[in-house]
Design a protein around this ligand. Structure first.
Ligand SMILES: [Zn+2]
Length: 183
């Protein structure tokens, strides 16, 4: 069942509202802010092994814990910050995921220096197949396996498949000419 359809079958109104907000306003839409791109990448990494719902519920705590995903700030985190994050019950306390966020922030700083922005780095490398993107992400970032890379790129419109074609949001996204549509 696609995400678009699954939401409609959710029984709890609270749960439905949480997913609907993400589905209607964020999922599959382009992001033009590097810190927000970094945020999405970190959230997708943190989802590994967990439900997206868990991540959505914790998003505000994630933002608070990770300096609202300010890439420069996260790249400069010290051992003390890692310990603080690993003690924060509001986020996912996993050393590999915490380290990946910090190391990936450092990597994005170098991409920004070389390409102008993280977004420009993504633009520079498109179009690519899912497999090619996974290869590139694996050699560039930490903790970026196939599923994480696919979800991240679908969620920001670089790969198709976020919405089913009969979903109203699909038409809305088409009007914005997503990256996956461009030649
Ligand atoms: Zn949809």
């Amino acid at each position: 069942m696609s995400y678009c359809v699954a939401i409609e079958t959710m029984l709890s109104e609270e749960k439905k509202a949480l997913h609907k907000n993400y589905h209607d306003k964020y999922y599959g839409f382009a992001i033009h802010d590097d810190n927000e791109l970094f945020c999405r990448l970190v959230l997708e990494i943190n989802q590994a092994g967990l439900s997206w719902e868990t991540i959505l519920k914790k998003e505000a705590s994630f933002r608070k814990a990770y300096s609202n995903f300010d890439i420069k700030k996260v790249a400069n985190y010290t051992e003390k910050d890692s310990e603080r994050l690993l003690a924060d019950a509001g986020i996912i306390r996993n050393r590999l995921k915490v380290n990946a966020a910090i190391e990936n922030a450092k990597t994005i700083l170098t991409l920004q220096a070389e390409f102008g922005s993280f977004e420009k780095w993504l633009e520079h490398h498109r179009p690519k197949t899912k497999e090619e993107w996974v290869k590139l992400f694996k050699k560039t970032f930490r903790f970026t396996g196939g599923e994480i890379v696919n979800e991240f790129l679908m969620s920001i419109g670089y790969l198709p498949g976020a919405h089913s074609e009969n979903c109203p949001v699909y038409k809305q996204i088409l009007r914005e000419k997503p990256m996956w549509m461009k030649k």
